[in-house]
Design a protein around this ligand. Structure first.
Ligand code: APR
Length: 232
């Protein structure tokens, strides 16, 4: 059984009702990315950034995983530890579908980090400049557990080791423009993996893939999962 590495992006959650990042003239829910998704933005206007992520968090609680998230769970049930799922998404739709061991390289919307003590904890509510860290008691040090532009993605050592071992690399619903994730396909290819891209359209990095499955994730991902499990 091949070792499979799957990278997902905003496209897999689009049909659940979460907007992707690059489908609205560079605006993300009405904001420029640099106004809400950089450490500089948070330092300059923490209330705006908190409010932005508070809105994303409440929106997340109104949507559900879709057929693509569910199909990947079926794949994991067959493949077990030979399947690695890395997501750039900060939503919890993979987990709510039943996926285990999801590696969130860009953080998680339903978590908070304390900039004072480094504690990471669950947070399904609003965060504000008055929020208190439950671990150290400090007030005003809590921030969304999100990797902003200019910050180092999480779990990179584990991700690289899984990339070097995989025999099949599958990219689903990501535009392939944000690094380091955009470089994963090339890295897997250098180590001998076959590459499949699943997307509504071609991307900047489509040419390096062996196969491109064009279409909505809720159609293409279940089809791909069926194909893979039929070969067992
Ligand atoms: N099915 C399949 N693909 C889809 C669908 C769908 N229903 N809808 C959109 N897509 C594709 C788009 O064609 C696009 O290539 O999903 C991709 C979404 O691209 P982006 O919005 O750029 O999202 P992503 O690649 O996840 O962004 C990467 O950038 O803003 C940062 O940190 C943020 O994690 C994010 C990172």
């Amino acid at each position: 059984m091949q070792r499979i590495f799957i990278l997902t992006g905003a496209g897999i959650s689009a049909e659940s009702g979460l907007r992707t990042f690059r489908d609205a003239d560079g605006l993300w829910e009405g904001h420029k990315v640099e106004e809400v998704a950089t450490p500089e933005a948070f330092a300059a206007n923490p209330e705006l950034v908190h409010n932005f992520y508070n809105a994303r968090r409440s929106q997340l609680l109104t949507v559900e995983p879709n057929l693509a998230h569910h199909a990947l769970v079926q794949l994991q049930r067959k493949w077990g530890d030979r399947l690695t799922l890395v997501t750039q998404n900060v939503d919890d739709l993979h987990e709510r579908a039943g996926m285990e061991k999801v590696m969130h390289m860009h953080g998680e919307l339903l978590k908070q980090t304390c900039t004072n003590c480094g504690d990471v904890s669950d947070c399904a509510d609003r965060m504000s400049i008055e929020s208190q860290c439950e671990a150290c008691g400090e007030i005003g040090c809590v921030r969304p557990h999100i990797v902003w532009f200019g910050e180092m993605p999480l779990l990179m050592d584990q991700i690289h080791s899984k990339l070097m071992q995989c025999e099949l690399f599958i990219s689903i619903g990501t535009s392939g423009v944000v690094y380091p994730a955009a470089g994963f396909a090339e890295e897997a290819r250098r180590h001998g993996a076959s590459l499949i891209e699943v997307n509504l359209e071609g991307t900047d990095i489509s040419p390096i893939f062996d196969e491109h499955l064009q279409g909505a994730a809720t159609d293409t991902v279940p089809e791909l999962v069926k194909r893979l499990t039929d070969t067992l």
